[in-house]
Design a protein around this ligand. Structure first.
Ligand code: COA
Length: 167
């Protein structure tokens, strides 16, 4: 059985180590990026540990108030624990919390060839919003996926000038 807790800055080394095993070098976040995410970014990282305290997975989430969106920066599960529903559980938790807190949507980017992650997100209701050519490097295309949690907030009718309506 795994336990879940929020990451702290001193988890940096274990996270970077697992990240290197889970992602190809052109995609993996390095120490500097993770240091920023753990110490300064607006959001949080959830960690899964086994009974011996070894890191078995993580999900990093940022909050973008201006866009009314939560952004999943990264998600990975240790290969020993894969296909047991842990990524789905982490995502379901984030989705439930996002809904309860009134966020409009959850966004993420996924590489086109990622045959493990794409079905995971699709089954949870994420929809492709934008194609991102060369997102992870030359010929490494990706898609931006979005899961809408609430209808966008209505801010009142805005008069659109005639010359813009014709565009
Ligand atoms: C993608 C990843 C996080 C999935 O983690 P996981 O805990 O094994 O996934 P789950 O067990 O929760 O799987 C949930 C669903 O996702 C899909 N899925 C997961 N792994 C799959 C695989 N190898 N092949 C096909 N579908 C897969 C299935 O629909 C699965 O449901 P099912 O088991 O009932 O068929 C894991 O494979 C991983 O860490 N990969 C490397 C890092 C990565 O690519 N992260 C995503 C970045 S966008």
């Amino acid at each position: 059985m795994l336990t879940l807790r929020a990451a702290r800055p001193d988890d940096l080394g274990a996270i970077v180590k697992l990240e290197r095993y889970c992602f190809p070098p052109e995609v993996a976040f390095g120490r500097n990026r993770w240091h920023y995410l753990l110490s300064h970014a607006k959001g949080h990282t959830l960690l899964l540990h086994d009974a011996k305290g070894q890191l078995m997975g993580y999900l990093c989430l940022l909050e973008h108030k201006g866009w009314d969106r939560l952004v999943i920066q990264t998600l990975a599960i240790h290969w020993r624990m894969r296909r047991q529903g842990w990524a789905r559980r982490l995502l379901e938790q984030v989705i439930a919390k996002g809904k309860a807190q009134g966020w409009g949507a959850i966004r993420l980017e996924v590489a086109d060839g990622n045959d493990e992650a794409l079905p995971l997100y699709q089954r949870l209701g994420f929809k492709a919003q934008q194609r991102l050519p060369d997102y992870y490097g030359r010929d490494q295309h990706a898609h931006r996926l979005v899961l809408r949690l609430h209808e966008p907030k209505k801010t009142g009718a805005v008069a659109i000038p005639g010359y813009l309506r014709e565009l």
